[in-house]
Design a protein around this ligand. Sequence first.
Ligand code: ZN
Length: 185
Amino acid sequence: MRDIVQAGDPCLRRRCREIDSADISSYRDLVGDMFETMRNAPGVGLAANQVGVDAQLFVMEDTQDLVSRTPTSLAFKQERIPFAPTAVFNPLVTLHSDDVSEFYEGCLSVPGYRALVKRWKTLQLSGLDPDGNPISLTLSGWAARIAQHEIDHLNGVLYVDKMEPMSFCTQEHWKRILESEWGAR
Ligand code: ZN
């Protein structure tokens, strides 16, 4: 497990460096640690600079367990479909929809708060897997939102840079908003 870097640390504000495919095997322990740290938080995505490592790498995962612990109306609004653990080195958005959706996001580096952020509804992503092989992913819904949030991290961008400022709220107020807007409990 690793400590999660908090907003204000300069490493969250720098663009992370790309990793040569020949060096990827030396990041195996880091990938494992990042999954463990993300699951423990718990969260659904984590970028390498969030654990203080300067590398273009993020992990993400959404499990049936996490989805089933989310109120049905909220999970529906989030377009959440569980997906397998995914680690991507040197991620690059190769194609995205013009359509955007706006929903609340939080961040393990900005704990306790939420805000509305617009994200592309679908996107295609290229990169390398933990074995150094090229991968291409087509993502939509909640997975697409997570990937965009994590890629922003790797470019030194936090969700608060892109949020709808008037929607910024504490976790407590966010829960109240969800209850009143979507009947989520
Ligand atoms: Zn984040």
